[in-house]
Structure formats: structure tokens, C-alpha cells
Design a protein around this ligand. Sequence first.
Ligand SMILES: Cc1cc2nc3c(=O)[nH]c(=O)nc-3n(C[C@H](O)[C@H](O)[C@H](O)COP(=O)(O)O)c2cc1C
Length: 191
Amino acid sequence: MKKILILSGSPVKNGNTTALAAWFAEGARSKGAQVDIVAAAFLKYKSTGCTSCRRCQALKEYACVIPDEATPVLARMSEADVIVMATPLYFYGPSAQLKLVMDRMFSLYKWDNEAGTMTTPLKGKKLVLLASAYEDIGLDAMEKPFALTADYSGMGFESLLVPNAGESGDVKPQAAVREKAVALGCRIAQE
Ligand SMILES: Cc1cc2nc3c(=O)[nH]c(=O)nc-3n(C[C@H](O)[C@H](O)[C@H](O)COP(=O)(O)O)c2cc1C
């Protein structure tokens, strides 16, 4: 059974990002995947993102040392087959709420600079980006760091970008978008 972890990164509880994540999950679950959705914006954090303390690099395991609600989510990323990041476009980037977790993925890599090597449990998994924007400019630019991160990590990458999604909640009656998100969830679950 495929394990899919969705990080939903909007501060709006019932908006476009939530809808895209729910549709993707619906499709994936219909094909037998085990799907967990984490509302990343509502986790209780003890730091404002990665503090670059580097203490994770001294651990044997791939874990963040900050004892807050993001740390077990990072551990679940190592166990998932597919990691889905869902976000609104905020000034041509992902939401700060999603970025808080993303930067702490630093703890999921071990670098040996002398040997010039990097290892990560993310290798071989898939990263999926679900993103929406009010306008039709900028989603491609926002996609770039996700695609590059996937490539760097040895992960596959796919995205569903929804321009002209309107304001929060406006995407819900858009049947064509729903269909695409459900279909992507179905397909990824079956890969
Ligand atoms: C702080 C902020 C910044 C935004 N920046 C952009 C932007 O640069 N380009 C754009 O097209 N839409 C922008 N939007 C609109 C949202 O990306 C869009 O409405 C999105 O679908 C909302 O998703 P949500 O309902 O999950 O929050 C912004 C909205 C907010 C609140």
C-alpha cells in the first residue's frame, strides 16, 4: 500500500489549497493509498524555521532536534513513499507556513563535505506540488525550487499548478480542477 503524506501549507483552513489537497487525497485513497494530511500552518512551532544549528548532522538518525510538532512530521516524510506539498502562491513563492517545515528538511540529509557525498532517506520517493494562484503569472517560478529539490534528493517530481484560482475557496466549484487533482491522486497512488 502506497503511503502518501500531504503537507497543506495555507493559513486558510477551508480554502483552495485545502480543496486541492482533499481532492488529491480522495483520488489516492480510492486506489488504496494510505493518505495523511498535515495542516502545516497549524503545527505548534518552537522555532521560526531551520535555525541552522547543524545538530542534526551529528545524529545517527535523520531527525530534527527541535522538540516541537514539526519534528514528527519530518520523521513521517522519511517513511512516506510520496510527499505532497500544497501551497498558495505568496509573492511568487510558497507560503511562509510551508517553508517553515521545508527548511527543516535539512535534517533529512547527511553531508560529508570531505568525501563530497550526501545521503538522504528521501531518495527514490516522489515529490508532488499542488499550488494555486489568483493570477496566471508566477506558478512556474515557484515550481522551480521544488523541482530542483526533488532532483537534488533523487526524487521524482510532478506538479498540479492552478492559475486563475481566484480568492480562497473560489476553486471549489471548478469541476475541471477537481477532476485533474483527483486524477493525479489516482495515478500517483498506482505508480
Ligand atoms: C499574502 C498573499 C500573497 C499572495 N500573492 C499572490 C501572488 O503573488 N500571485 C497570485 O497570483 N496570487 C497571490 N495570492 C493569492 C493566492 O495565491 C490565491 O488566492 C490562492 O489560491 C489562495 O489559496 P488558499 O485559499 O489556500 O489560501 C496571494 C495571497 C496572499 C494572501
